[in-house]
Design a binder for this molecule. Structure first.
Ligand code: DGJ
Length: 859
């Protein structure tokens, strides 16, 4: 065994002259010292009798019992530590222990096995300059019966007798605290880092092996590891030991904590990073794994997080779906075994499963009560969140999906895992989401403090069937009803292979000269002249085989070379691991975005990866594809955000195929689904809102589902309002509805985009769904009631108002021909509105009501 052990002086018991100025250890505060049985005794053995080792009596010292620890903060004031150690005669010759002394976490004395028959050992250690002294006795691995351990004649020689050492808690702990959450790590006697399980009824010290933090495979941990390394010599074991912790203050009253771990044999360093946002109850977490050796190592598993829970009634709320049917919630109790929510799709990783979930600690999740923790992995590639229930505790292992993703690190190279975002609430899902939204607006999305413009998109109105003239025709009515932004979707590019359907043109990012003979600038300027901004669609990661790009570079796509090409939407994914592809995509984006007048971009991705092979990566690094693709994509997104800071970016992947905070940090909003049916959208927006704020959720009114326009617009108004509609096809009454919706929205969108969301009646439970938003100062609240089926006329009760403030009620964007709510114009205190509620003027299916509560008599 390799130990950092330095035995300064070790001789058999003989002459031992106590220093005149030494302070007996027994004179210090021993209340912090731990003992495996009873409590440590000053100047007596653990039985309370005279200290005695091999028949020699000691007047001074400490009697304790394995396992025992004393940690002393010396403040660099001590010079020597002396003691005589052994098993007390009260054990009757039985017992076996090991004594260890650590100076500033370095082992400086190790007794080896000491039995009830071993002679006493004398220690005399030079501890000048040491800050932390730890005296540890463990049970020698054979149980602690009769382990009466004595630190006899234990004394510290101090520089300054008046500055006594300070006793610390027996185990070093690292506490990560936010307003309602406390995560504790404990450094064990073996120097491994342990995690106190979340919700554990009582703290188990010393911690059990199962509690090891960020568990590593191959050295005694028998469950799913968070880290599996193959070292340069083929050894598959890792055993990380605590080195130190560093805490750094950050702007916005956040703090970054780095816990450094080091393998005790191999040159491998792992840093556990945490970024705490105490006020918002958010912890971000990631790992940095560093190969400090000379040879190549392989990472087979490298989770971002591995929190341990000891909650008997732990429930998981997770989300599944498909194209146009994203984010279907399902809550279930976790039971023994491994529950895995995962994706192996690459470019559209969230098409079937979301990397966001909620752990409910007290049974099924509830909106207003119970402890819940939301988890969201900021990663747009393959991911896995595995919840391993070992019969009593659950470990949540989340990170890149390890399948087919072995990552090799050459000498000196490092690997940073994606960030995991955790948000905690002691008052249910509602409070959890409000905290998540506040964090996201500040740190998760771009410009989260700036309300978004209303937008008209042509896609569902025109599909691919347009040219400059047709688009020009859409602009005046768009400006007339009040839109502030026009977004031109797919179909504006391609020459030799024009993009007039989804079978050609992707990759050829030049305006289609037949459709836009003078390029895109004239149409952009036209929109601007009519008072709107102009946005454009791109899909830079993809190529159609019918394209000049593919003709020239057939090897630039992700594919398996000996297999028939597998198409989705007649397209292929470009291989972003290849530098030329990175450069090509960057130029395509730059060319498009620098078109004068373009100030918004919808970044789409309409297929996922099914044949994960790269002609660029060497054969022994094919498993880097998934991870390198995603990291290179982020680089592209980051460059775009930096080069075009004023350009609004909408994240889209054939609907909600890429909805995660990894990409969103470069974007302003996301396109949640190609399903714009307003009834489906009520539930979809409700479910996205667990993790994402309304300002980031694009909601476009369309004809899908053929619902009344008033209802459809009201649904869009509770998120980022847009429309995908041909205004020319609408009746005068419908145009008036659109105009009314946009006008009303402009007046209150700051409340929707920047306020707090309260989910009041779930679309999954009944005939009606109700949400309201409250402005940060609680001056205004906007309530949306969506009657999904005809039902009883129950009152709706707003939430989150200031109980003492007076609010006047107004119905906004009223439905023509329907009487306003009876309480229109009435004023009551917040608590009265919240207790008594408002009776709506309709209970008919597919009708919506929008109410505004305005404080201080302002209208
Ligand atoms: C998929 C997106 O989700 C749609 O909104 C639209 O942009 C099409 N792609 C265009 O191809």
């Amino acid at each position: 065994m390799r130990e950092l052990c330095v035995v300064i002086l070790l001789v058999l018991l003989g002459d031992f002259a106590a220093a005149a100025d030494a302070v007996p250890l027994s004179a210090l505060d021993l209340s912090q010292m731990s003992s495996g049985w009873s409590v440590p005794k000053a100047n007596a053995n653990i039985m309370g009798k005279a200290l005695s080792i091999r028949d020699k009596k000691f007047a001074m010292g400490i009697g304790t019992h394995a396992s025992s620890r004393l940690r002393l903060q010396l403040g660099q004031n001590a010079l020597r530590f002396r003691s005589v150690i052994g098993i007390d005669d009260s054990a009757g010759g039985q017992g076996s222990v090991q004594f260890r002394v650590f100076a500033d976490r370095q082992l400086v004395f190790h007794s080896g096995t000491v039995t009830g028959k071993s002679p006493a050992q004398r220690i005399d250690l030079d501890i000048a300059g040491v800050d932390l002294l730890e005296l540890v006795v463990d049970d020698n691995g054979d149980g602690s019966a009769n382990d009466h351990a004595d630190w006899a004649d234990a004394k510290l020689t101090l520089r300054d007798d008046k500055r006594l050492p300070q006793a610390l808690a027996p185990f070093e702990t690292i506490d990560l605290k936010t307003a309602s959450f406390h995560l504790r790590f404990v450094v064990g006697d073996d120097r491994r880092l342990y995690q106190a399980p979340i919700c554990a009824a009582e703290e188990q010290l010393p911690p059990s092996r199962n509690q090891v933090a960020y568990p590593q495979g191959g050295d005694g941990y028998v469950w799913e590891p968070a880290l599996q390394v193959v070292h340069a010599d083929g050894d598959r074991s890792t055993s990380l030991r605590f080195v130190d912790v560093e805490r750094t203050g950050l702007e916005d009253e956040r703090e970054q904590v780095r816990i450094r771990l080091q393998d005790d044999v191999y040159p491998l360093q792992v840093d556990l990073y945490f970024r705490l946002d105490p006020a918002r109850d958010v912890i971000e977490e990631w790992r940095h794994i560093h190969n400090q050796g000379e040879g190549k190592i392989a990472l087979e598993r490298m989770a971002s997080t591995s929190w341990l829970f000891d909650a008997p009634d732990l429930h998981l709320l997770h989300f599944h779906g498909d194209w146009a049917d994203e984010m279907n919630p399902i809550a279930e109790k976790l039971t023994p075994g491994v529950k895995s929510i995962a994706s192996l799709l690459g470019t559209r990783a969230t098409q079937f499963v979301a990397p966001s979930f909620v752990l409910s600690l007290d049974g099924p999740p509830q909106e207003q009560q119970g402890r819940v923790i939301a988890g969201s992995l900021a990663w747009s590639g393959n991911f896995q969140a595995a919840f391993e229930h070992n019969g009593s505790q659950v470990r949540a292992l989340c990170g890149v999906h390890p399948f087919g993703s072995t990552y090799y690190l050459d000498a000196g190279e490092g690997f940073q895992t994606p960030t995991m975002i955790w948000v905690s609430s002691n008052r249910g899902l509602g409070e959890m989401s409000r905290k998540f939204h506040r964090w996201a607006r500040k740190h998760g999305i771009r410009d989260g403090d700036k309300p978004r413009d209303t937008l008209l998109n042509n896609w569902e109105a025109t599909g691919f069937d347009f040219d400059q003239q047709r688009i020009e025709g859409l602009l005046p009515p768009a400006a007339e009803v009040g839109f502030e932004l026009f977004l031109l979707d797919d179909g504006w590019f391609g020459d030799k292979y024009p993009r007039v359907n989804d079978r050609a043109g992707l990759g050829d990012w030049r305006p289609n000269p037949k459709r836009f003979p003078d390029g895109m600038e004239p149409i952009a300027q036209s929109a601007i002249e009519q008072g709107m901004r102009f946005g454009i669609w791109i899909e830079p990661e993809m190529v159609n085989p019918q394209s000049v790009l593919y003709e020239q570079h057939p090897d630039w796509v992700i594919r398996q070379p000996h297999r028939d090409l597998d198409y989705q939407r007649t397209q292929l994914v470009l291989d972003l691991t290849r530098p030329e592809v990175q450069q090509f995509e960057r130029s395509a984006i730059q060319e498009t975005l620098k078109t004068r007048g373009v100030s918004c971009v919808k970044w789409d991705a309409n297929r996922y990866v099914t044949q994960p092979g790269s002609a660029y990566l060497p054969s022994n690094q094919q498993t880097h594809l998934w991870i390198d693709y995603t990291n290179n994509l982020y680089q592209l997104m980051q460059q775009t955000a930096r080069e075009f800071p004023q350009t609004e970016l909408m994240l889209c992947a054939g609907g909600g195929g890429r909805v995660d905070y990894g990409a969103l940090r470069y974007f302003h909003e996301f396109w949640p689904s190609d399903n714009t049916d307003a009834v489906r959208r009520v539930a979809l927006q409700w479910d996205y809102s667990y993790f994402f704020p309304a300002i980031s959720i694009c909601s476009h009114t369309s004809e899908m589902g053929n619902h009344p326009l008033h209802f459809a617009t009201a649904v869009s108004m509770s998120a980022r309002l847009g429309m995908d509609i041909d205004l020319a096809e609408l009746s005068a009454e419908e145009i008036a509805t659109c105009r009314s919706a946009i006008a009303a929205y402009k007046k209150f969108r700051d409340v929707i985009h920047l306020g707090d969301l309260h989910r009041i009646e779930s679309p999954h439970d009944g005939a009606r769904s109700v949400v309201n938003f409250v402005s940060p100062e609680k001056e205004r609240a906007i309530l949306f009631a969506y009657q999904l089926k005809s039902g009883a006329r129950r009152v709706v009760k707003p939430q989150g108002l200031d109980p003492q403030k007076s609010y006047r009620l107004f119905e906004r964007h009223p439905q023509s021909g329907r009487p306003p709510v009876a309480a229109e114009g009435q004023s009551m205190r917040g608590h009265e509105w919240m207790e008594q509620g408002v009776r709506l003027s309709t209970s008919a299916a597919i009708q919506a009501t929008i109410l505004e509560f305005t404080a201080n008599e302002a209208t």
